[in-house]
Ligand binder design. Structure first.
Ligand SMILES: C[S@@+](CC[C@H](N)C(=O)[O-])C[C@H]1O[C@@H](n2cnc3c(N)ncnc32)[C@H](O)[C@@H]1O
Length: 217
């Protein structure tokens, strides 16, 4: 059955963005030689990498769409918009559910503007809001209950952002974190995999791995 993801105007926008992401894989990184990534602030990293899409994979995007269709959350929160590839998948799902809204957040002003344009071009501007700024500030005021979360910003911030949102998660909320194979995801993974913290969780083998955790407690 066709859905928003497979139809114009969203499909051509996703095809264009995925093609740009594939092209960038063969290109030299714009990160300055000799500059330490870990020593740079989140804002410095966001600005230095504002031309790089770094999106979820195509199957990862389809997984996000599918999970949001199944859960039918009223509020979806995303940490790390970039150019809006994952946001378009999430927004397509709430649009097709006929209910719900996506709130995403991004540090790079260049990317905020581009993501808003891409969502509008995909016909999904009414289903998603992109907040400009640091997730630890912008997401502090998002009202609950939150039924679905995608964590895809700088990896060492995934756990602080989860802890920030945790009191507003609805029972049964799904939290998806991208790139579980990255070493910097270790503290996050240790947290959600400790049963004392109230999640049932599984590492889903798509691209660089997505941890899918259900707020069960
Ligand atoms: C891997 S990319 C996100 C890719 C996006 N989810 C997609 O699939 O297209 C990570 C993004 O998180 C943003 N980011 C990192 N730390 C952030 C923070 N503290 N607040 C908001 N955005 C942040 C970066 O600027 C970067 O664009």
């Amino acid at each position: 059955m066709p859905n928003t993801l497979t139809r114009s105007p969203a499909r051509p926008v996703l095809d264009r963005l995925f093609a740009a992401a594939e092209h960038e894989e063969g290109q030299p990184s714009p990160w300055p030689a000799g500059r330490s990534f870990t020593d740079a602030t989140a804002q410095e990293r966001a600005d230095l990498l504002d031309s790089v899409l770094m999106p979820v994979s195509a199957p990862g995007g389809t997984l996000l769409y599918t999970l949001v269709r199944a859960c039918r959350p009223q509020t979806v929160v995303e940490f790390g918009t970039s150019y809006g590839i994952s946001t378009i998948h999430l927004a397509a799902a709430v649009a097709d559910n006929g209910t719900g809204h996506v709130i995403s957040t991004e540090l790079s002003a260049t990317k905020v503007a581009a993501a808003r344009e891409n969502l509008a071009e995909a016909g999904l501007a009414g289903s998603a809001t992109v907040l400009a700024g640091d997730a630890l500030e912008t997401l502090a005021g998002v009202p609950g209950p939150i039924g679905f979360v995608l964590l895809d910003g700088w990896k060492e911030l995934c756990l602080p952002v989860l802890r920030l949102l945790e009191p507003r998660l609805t029972p049964g909320a799904l939290v998806v974190a991208d790139d579980t194979t990255f070493e910097s995801m270790a503290p996050y993974l240790a947290y959600v995999r400790d049963p004392a913290h109230g999640y049932t969780t599984v590492d889903f083998p798509v691209a660089d791995g997505m941890e899918i955790s259900c707020r069960a407690g």
